[in-house]
Design a protein around this ligand. Structure first.
Ligand code: PMP
Length: 304
């Protein structure tokens, strides 16, 4: 989906014109992928534009930075305020928010710590990630032949720019094979997550998702959906799954900021089917929560 240009991008404390939001070609992060970022959505909600769990996303950004020993010169509160300021400056009603923390220009080589730590926040309008059709009828998924990065090689719990090379390899593989999204296994053979989504199945009325030790990213949508499911009275388990558990699921879906809640129709050509009743109920409640329509989850709506 092409980026829909807006007016201003926040860079290191200042709003700059979209076309002038540039970096030097010797920017350190551009060479080695040592940067961290977030993906956040703003929704047109009941009382105006509301960013979904903005503070939690900025907390995770600083946690990712800590693993990489990046000394970010802004606090969570400052980043939250900067995001709201950027949305207001662009008159954005709803869309995507992309904060990036990177090592700038200064020194080349594998020790990044002598470079300035820089931060940008861009916002633009954005629709569904895996297609409107996918949200309604589910997508076709294939297990990738690429393993998910191992926690002791490259922590998938850190939302790093370089880590997405692993996701890109899986995405390219399954797109070329004619599927819509990939599913990763860990090096131990357990189901991990999608290249940009968390994975859930429903079996005998119980919702099951891999624990974060296997799942990778400590996903905010995953946690929101687990909370919604428990509040609706469903049993939720965090449990390691193997690929046959996925084939034999009654229902399956991906969650994530970009994917929101996208049902899965097929896994490795085994039919799961049209979205089932629990998937639909969770989807409906999740979308209502993002739009500020559910009183219980009002604190997730951070109004601009
Ligand atoms: N796993 C991966 C690998 C992701 O990139 C994402 C998207 N950030 C997710 C899961 C979902 O995380 P969240 O719900 O916080 O967007």
């Amino acid at each position: 989906m092409p980026i829909d240009k807006t007016d201003k991008i926040w860079m290191d404390g200042k709003l700059v014109a979209w076309d002038e939001a540039n970096v030097h070609v010797l920017t350190h992060t551009l060479h080695y992928g040592a940067g961290v970022f977030e993906g956040i959505r703003a929704y047109k909600a009941k009382n105006g534009t509301a960013v979904f769990r903005l503070t939690d996303h900025m907390r995770r950004l600083l946690r990712s930075a800590k693993i990489l020993m990046m000394d970010v010169p802004f606090s969570v509160d400052q980043l939250v305020e900067a995001t709201k300021e950027t949305i207001r400056a662009n008159n954005l009603e709803a869309g995507y928010i992309r904060p990036l923390v990177y090592f700038g220009y200064g020194e080349m080589g594998l020790n990044p710590l002598n470079n300035p730590v820089q931060v940008s926040i861009a916002v633009w309008p954005w629709g569904t990630y895996l297609g409107d059709e996918g949200v309604l009828h589910g997508i076709r998924v294939k297990v990738s032949s690429w393993d998910r990065i191992d926690a002791n090689a490259y922590p998938p719990q850190m939302k790093s720019t370089g880590g997405y090379l692993n996701s890109i390899l899986a995405k390219l593989e399954i797109l070329k094979a004619g599927y819509e999204e990939a599913l990763f296994l860990t090096p131990n053979g357990y189901i991990a997550e999608g290249p940009g989504e968390s994975f859930f199945i429903v079996r005998d009325g119980v919702l099951i998702t891999p624990p974060t030790s296997s799942a990778g990213l400590d996903s905010i949508t995953r946690e929101s959906v687990m909370t919604i499911a428990r509040d609706l009275g469903y049993e939720v388990r965090e449990q390691d799954l193997v690929r046959s558990d996925a084939y034999l699921a009654d229902e399956a879906f991906f969650t994530g900021t970009a994917a929101e809640l996208t049902p899965i129709r097929e896994i490795d050509d085994r039919l799961i089917g049209e979205p089932g009743p629990i998937t639909k109920k969770l989807q409906e409640t999740f979308f209502a929560a993002t739009k500020g329509e559910v009183e219980t989850y009002r604190e997730w709506n951070e109004y601009v």
